[in-house]
Design a protein around this ligand. Structure first.
Ligand code: SF4
Ligand code: SF4
Length: 320
């Protein structure tokens, strides 16, 4: 229902999302406090081997606005988590396509060796295929503590390739089946197209998994994460402090209540911390170079906060 409403919206009102603490109507903007740093996302870089329609991070073979983060830069944040006892349980890797970064397998190995769970988002195409020896080695040493989530746009080849481009299905399926043979925690992330119900999306994936012999339960949100397909350029309401009660949404369920993301901007001397994976390019959301400085509240001053999080319920990452 919310999706149908959002799909019919006019273009975004330029007066909205300007003041960090006050909405265009003069109401107090909602903010989210950090309840605890459960997950630290490392953005490995914005380059991707393909260019999908509607990629929220605008990745592709030419977008290097987020540089490849280096192993020692990522390790400095793991050191900080240990030194300050932040209690972080999971390190996530997202891009772009994480396996485009030559250090990703080593960075994942560093995190696993320190006892973190690791989640890597991937399109499972050629960059993963080229790194499969390193991934298989991590799987042998760390098993289920290593999780990989493969993005598939639709359960049909045509639907997937309409977004991801011609000839993107077969290499993805080769990578997915290879991963399914490892002793890792595997999941799939899918988009739910406008006009298709979540039940239809899950039923379609159930058929695909059965046909391809992939042991994932399409009915389980753990095995199949379904994200609503929404256009962030459309108008959305700003989120005020009153919205939580009106909508019945818990601020602690927002990604920025339990996560942060580290990015290395092109040409920057060092990485910077952001509140979540969804706002990689908006400098207004930068929280400084360390986790210690990134513990403050996040004002929901971006259309994505409304579209993807508060209204859309997509409190997990995008990108791959
Ligand atoms: S959606 Fe994923 S695979 Fe597609 S361009 Fe973006 S990062 Fe790459
Ligand atoms: S996009 Fe979502 S997770 Fe990111 S700051 Fe806004 S509400 Fe928080």
């Amino acid at each position: 229902m919310i999706q149908a409403m959002l799909a019919e919206r006019p273009a975004l009102d330029a007066k909205k999302f300007q003041n960090p603490t006050v909405t265009a109507k003069g109401e107090a903007r909602a903010a989210v406090a950090l309840a605890g740093l459960r997950t630290l996302w490392i953005n490995t870089g914005s380059l991707c081997n393909i260019e999908c329609d509607g990629c929220y991070i605008e990745s592709g073979p030419k977008n290097d606005r987020l540089a490849y983060i280096a192993r020692d830069e990522a390790a400095a944040f793991l050191d900080e988590i240990a030194r300050d006892g932040l209690g972080t349980r999971e390190i996530g890797f997202t891009g772009g396509e994480p396996f485009m970064n030559k250090d990703t397998a080593a960075m994942a190995g560093d995190a696993l060796a320190r006892g973190f769970r690791v989640l890597i988002l991937t399109n499972a195409m050629a960059p993963l295929w080229q790194k499969r020896a390193a991934v298989a080695d991590l799987a042998r040493r760390h098993g289920k503590a290593l999780a990989l989530r493969v993005s598939i746009d639709h359960f049909t080849k045509d639907g997937h390739e309409a977004v991801r481009g011609a000839n993107s299905w077969a290499p993805m399926m080769r990578g997915l089946k290879w991963l399914a043979g490892l002793d890792v925690t595997l999941s799939v992330a899918a988009r739910q197209p406008v006009g298709e119900t979540e039940a239809e999306t899950r039923a379609g994936f159930a058929g695909l998994f059965a046909a391809e012999g992939i042991a994932l339960d399409a009915g389980s949100p753990r095995d199949l994460v379904v994200f609503p397909d929404m256009d962030a350029a459309r108008d959305v309401p700003e989120i005020t402090t009153a919205c939580w009660n009106i909508l019945g949404v818990d601020p602690d369920s927002m990604m920025c209540a339990t996560a942060r993301m580290v990015v290395k901007r092109k040409g920057a001397a060092a990485p910077v911390v952001l509140p979540c994976t969804l706002l990689p390019y908006d400098h207004r959301f930068e929280m400084g170079p360390t986790l210690a400085g990134a513990g403050g509240p996040v004002h929901l001053n971006h259309p994505h906060c409304a579209t993807f999080c508060v209204l859309g319920g997509a409190n997990c990452s995008g990108g791959d």
